[in-house]
Design a protein around this ligand. Structure first.
Ligand code: KMH
Ligand code: ZN
Length: 309
């Protein structure tokens, strides 16, 4: 798989607010258009959140997910990977509901709890709506809650739905959480791991940190026991981590959920610009974007015919 690279596009986030960039897709139509364009630009996996259309507030609304997933499936063959991480104010029951409802090929599974700190964004001179300031400031006291009980509940739903978890690892300790979940029979290899670096409250975008986490995963589970990808949060972290991941033979995630800039002083106009930059970077490392079929084979997915949307 080394010459191929799976590019995931995280289209819109549960942890960003619209005032940060006018490019952030909010409505169903915007999320679908951006997702289709990102897939055409080279993304073979689309990571999906939804937002309340009138405000842009991150929500776990199944009706919105239904419209987004159904419309995307009609227009692209990319793997559609809804979130179970959601956003602030959502319970684990609300976050998990997409799994039995849509039986997606893949969904995220966050395996550690931490103080997901977005409050520094509130200090920027942006035209925030009142709810956005509350959302960001409130993260000083926001635990992104993924207890062993939560993960066990979600993993059970995913197993029953034939949904492969993409295991989100934000810090090295989360790998030891995963080891415990394996001991308890909650999860079993092979895993699909996404290393997410750059979230305040967890870890930094730092080459040493990614390599340490990768080598720790290899030591605990064995080199052939997982596929992996890396997502750097922020700029230039998104592309620095993408470059490192491509050098190390991994896959990558980019997108407006994680980073808004395409250059140091220039906001991306859409997800396409971020995917195009990732594709250009891949070319420098002699890596070619995987097709959706290649991504499915590599990730061990059941196929889009076996989903409920
Ligand atoms: N926004 C990322 C830092 C999820 O959706 O499950 C976290 C994320 C988790 O993408
Ligand atoms: Zn997400």
């Amino acid at each position: 798989m080394d010459e191929k690279v799976i590019i995931t596009c995280a289209v819109t986030g549960g942890m960003t607010v619209p005032a940060q960039s006018s490019a952030i897709p909010i409505t169903v139509e915007q999320i679908v258009e951006d997702g289709v364009a990102a897939a055409e630009a080279g993304a073979s996996v689309l990571h999906i959140h939804v937002r309340e259309e009138s405000t842009g507030r991150p929500v776990a609304d199944l009706e919105l997910f239904d419209r987004v997933l159904t419309q995307l499936k009609e227009r692209t063959d990319a793997v559609l990977q809804p979130t179970t991480g959601g956003g602030r104010h959502m319970t684990i029951i609300e976050r998990a509901a997409i799994v039995p409802r849509f039986r997606p090929e893949m969904a995220t599974l966050n395996v550690g709890s931490f103080n997901f700190g977005l409050f520094t964004i509130a200090q920027r001179d942006l035209d925030f709506q009142p709810w956005e300031l509350e959302y960001l400031e409130g993260t000083r006291d926001y635990i992104f809650k993924n207890t062993f009980a939560d993960v066990t509940y979600l993993a059970g739903l995913m197993d029953a739905a034939g949904t492969r978890p993409e295991i989100e690892i934000y810090d090295v300790g989360h790998l030891f959480n995963l080891r415990q979940l394996v001991k308890e029979g909650v999860l079993s290899p092979p895993f699909n791991i996404q290393f997410v670096l750059g979230v305040l409250g967890a870890n930094m975008v730092d080459p040493d940190q990614l390599i340490h986490m990768l080598r720790t995963a290899e030591r605990i589970f064995g080199v052939d026991s997982f596929t992996w990808s890396a997502a750097g949060v922020g700029y230039p972290g998104e592309f620095q981590l993408a470059a490192l991941s491509m050098m190390l033979g991994g896959n990558i995630r980019v997108g407006l959920e994680d980073n808004l800039r395409v250059r140091r002083t220039e906001n991306a106009k859409s997800n396409v610009e971020l995917v195009e930059k990732a594709v250009a970077l891949a070319d420098l490392f002699d890596r070619v974007p995987a097709t959706p079929a290649e991504a499915r084979a590599h990730l061990g997915l059941k196929g889009s015919q076996d989903t409920d949307f």
